[in-house]
Design a protein around this ligand. Structure first.
Ligand SMILES: [Zn+2]
Length: 115
């Protein structure tokens, strides 16, 4: 589906909002990673575990940010809502649930690569 222009504004705002939240989250994760609360050597194992969790969270947030940025680009280019894999329409429920979706349900489920 091709969003109408008032929808485009709404979607753009939504994406920008999500982007701001994620950017803030990434910053928070960064500062936590740089300033471990507890430098006690006895906590080292737990901290190593934490680092892995934090790195995974950061990776997730950064991937989501990348999706949102490309969704914004597609919005500007006028091909938002079009599947990047098959060129078909992405259904509106999917876009509502996940505004940064780049692929239609079928392509996302097939997932040629796990990225
Ligand atoms: Zn598709």
């Amino acid at each position: 589906m091709h969003p109408k222009s008032e929808d485009e504004d709404r979607i753009r705002n939504l994406l920008l909002q999500n982007k701001a939240v994620l950017e803030k989250r990434v910053n928070t994760i960064h500062s936590h990673a740089r300033n471990p609360l507890d430098a006690d050597s006895g906590e080292q194992a737990a901290q190593l575990g934490n680092v892995a969790v934090v790195a995974a969270l950061e990776k997730e947030a950064i991937e989501e940010l990348t999706e949102i940025r490309s969704a914004l680009q597609r919005l500007e280019a006028g091909n938002y809502g079009i599947c990047t894999a098959c060129g078909g329409d992405i259904n509106s429920e999917r876009l509502q649930a996940r505004p940064a979706s780049a692929e239609c349900v079928d392509c996302a489920e097939l997932g040629p690569s796990e990225r």
